[in-house]
Structures are given as structure tokens and as C-alpha cells.
Design a protein. Structure first.
Length: 253
């Protein structure tokens, strides 16, 4: 497998593809405080002719020096703009968007912009671990002190959270976590529009941050097909259930 950057030196995506022509494209968006690394093992479990673009938000890893984006409109606009040269071409590839938690809202907003501004209708939007935007309740977790913010994030599930216990790493990682929480807690869309793409909602059966019933709310935001699938696990079910999840997703690529 080769891993290359996207066209025109974009820092927004880590692009994974195997040798040969791609027949479809999967664009993935991580959770609050998350990075493109969440998806680094996925290329080995999806069909070899599917190109994967893992989104890297500003303010972390190789984009550490850039300020975090704390407004959903700005984030979705910038990602959509970065995708434009990737998706351009005389024979565009089928497009699937996948987002986990915060990334579900990002995937929805990017899908909406691609359709409304460019006439590009994603072949499928897959949302994970979060209810639909019209259920957004806001919140003030981003205002908590460091210890309580980390504790709140850990209540969802433990995904390598021990890094926050390292006194050298903590001040480097907390700004992106806090900034992402501020972004999603200020995201209160008014009457979100239904997508023309079919939507698949997935989640963990023991996710304290997204009850199974909340996944059904996405049915209201598509004029195409809708389905749900629940896997064993908490908010970060997609790590231990990776093989099962990607077998399910591969059938929809």
C-alpha cells in the first residue's frame, strides 16, 4: 500500500491507496480531539481499489502549529474547498463520507455543501456515534478546567487517553480537545436540510454519549435510503469492532 498526500499539497487529508486505479473514494472525519491516525489501519481492511482520505483537522500532529477551527461553518467550508480539486475530473469516482462523533456532523455539513454548491451528491453518508444535527443540545464542557474536561471525555470511553496523563504531552493535546468541544457545543443548526444521499447510522450498543435510539434521528435528514447498524462497545466501539465494522462498510462502498 502507498500513502500519499492529496493534490496541490493539501494538508487536510492523508491519502491512502494501493497501486492501480481506484473505483471509489472514502473520506473519513475523526472525533473531537481525534486525528487522521484513527483511520490508519482501515486501508488494509477495505477493498484495495477504494481510495481513503483521512481528514486531519488543524491544531494537531503535523498541523500542530495551525490554530484549531472552532466554528462548524468555517471548518466545513474549508474542508469542502480542500476536497474540490480532489473530486474534480471528467469521470468522478463514487464518493462515500464517514464521520465519527464530531465527525458525523462534519460529514453531514460537507455533504450538504458539496451538493448545494457543486452538485456533487455523495453516494452514501455514514454517521457514527452521534445523533442528527437537529438534536444538538449545546453544552459547556469546553469551559471546564483541564482535569474535568479530560474526565468528561473519558466517560465516553477510553481511546489512548493515557496521553493526557503525561505532563509534557498534556499542554500540547488539550487545545485541540477543548477547541473541538467548543466547536460541537456551539453547533446548533436551525432546521438542517435533508441530504439527497442515503444515510447509514452506526454506533456502539453501550455508548454513553449516543443512545441507540438517537441514531434513528438521521432518518429525518435524508430523502434517500436509511439504515442503522449497532456494534458491541462504547463510544469508541469502532476500534475493537474494526473488522466487523469495515466488513459492513465495505459492502456499501
Amino acid at each position: 500500500m502507498t500513502v500519499i498526500d492529496t493534490d496541490k499539497g493539501s494538508r487536510w487529508f492523508r491519502r491512502h491507496r494501493r497501486a492501480g486505479a481506484a473505483r471509489a473514494r472514502l473520506v473519513c472525519f475523526p472525533h473531537a480531539g481525534g486525528t487522521a491516525t484513527l483511520f490508519h489501519t482501515w486501508p488494509g481492511r477495505i477493498p484495495g481499489d477504494v481510495e481513503l482520505l483521512a481528514t486531519q483537522y488543524p491544531g494537531r500532529q503535523e498541523r500542530f502549529a495551525e490554530p484549531c477551527v472552532e466554528d462548524m461553518t468555517e471548518l466545513a467550508d474549508r474542508i469542502t474547498g480542500a476536497l474540490e480539486p480532489v473530486l474534480a475530473g471528467p469521470e468522478p469516482l463514487p464518493l462515500v463520507l464517514f464521520g465519527h462523533s464530531l465527525g458525523s456532523a462534519v460529514a453531514y455539513e460537507v455533504a450538504r455543501r458539496l451538493d448545494e454548491r457543486h452538485g456533487i451528491v455523495a453516494d452514501r453518508v455514514i454517521v457514527s456515534g452521534r445523533g442528527a444535527p437537529h438534536l444538538e443540545r449545546g453544552g459547556n464542557l469546553h469551559l471546564l478546567d483541564d482535569d474535568r474536561l479530560i474526565a468528561s471525555a473519558r466517560r465516553l470511553g477510553d481511546l489512548a487517553s493515557s496521553v493526557y496523563d503525561d505532563p509534557d504531552l498534556r499542554p500540547l493535546l488539550l487545545p485541540s480537545l477543548r477547541g473541538d468541544f467548543r466547536l460541537i457545543e456551539s453547533y446548533r443548526p436551525h432546521r438542517p436540510a435533508a441530504l439527497r444521499s442515503p444515510v447509514t447510522a452506526v454506533g456502539g450498543d453501550a455508548d454513553p454519549g449516543c443512545r441507540v435510539g438517537e441514531l434513528e434521528s438521521w432518518a429525518e435528514l435524508t430523502t434517500a435510503g436509511f439504515e442503522t447498524r449497532v456494534f458491541p462497545g462504547d463510544h469508541f466501539y469502532l476500534v475493537p469492532a474494526e473488522a466487523e465494522l469495515l466488513a459492513f462498510l465495505s459492502e456499501r462502498l
